[in-house]
Design a protein around this ligand. Sequence first.
Ligand code: 5GP
Ligand code: ZN
Length: 114
Amino acid sequence: MSECLFCKIVNRQIPAKIVYEDERVVVIEDINPQAPLHVLVIPKTHIASLNDVTPGQDALIGEMNRRAAGIARDRGYADRGFRTVLNTNREAGQTVFHIHLHLLAGRSMAWPPG
Ligand code: 5GP
Ligand code: ZN
């Protein structure tokens, strides 16, 4: 996906602050943070949205969630709490169509979300 922003970040064609990387995911700082900790867990493979995940990618989705929890723990937010968000399509506010899990922490958060 040559025109995909997050594929370009994964491929180092566009710079980003990478806080974690392995064979399957990269984690970057969000360019417009909405909390003291706001990072995005991005799979290296291009998946446009949660609507496009296949059964064979279930482990990858699980890994994204566990990685978010691990980063929250490393940063001291496991007990205080943190929020993970995965926006899908227009009404949910998805703006980048390469799946990514938001990890937000460091402030109280309202429910329901806006
Ligand atoms: P979405 O609205 O699709 O759920 O989330 C997209 C997120 O990507 C937003 O929080 C936005 O701030 C972030 N973002 C958009 N462009 C860039 C970029 O070029 N670099 C980084 N690090 N984050 C970006
Ligand atoms: Zn992509």
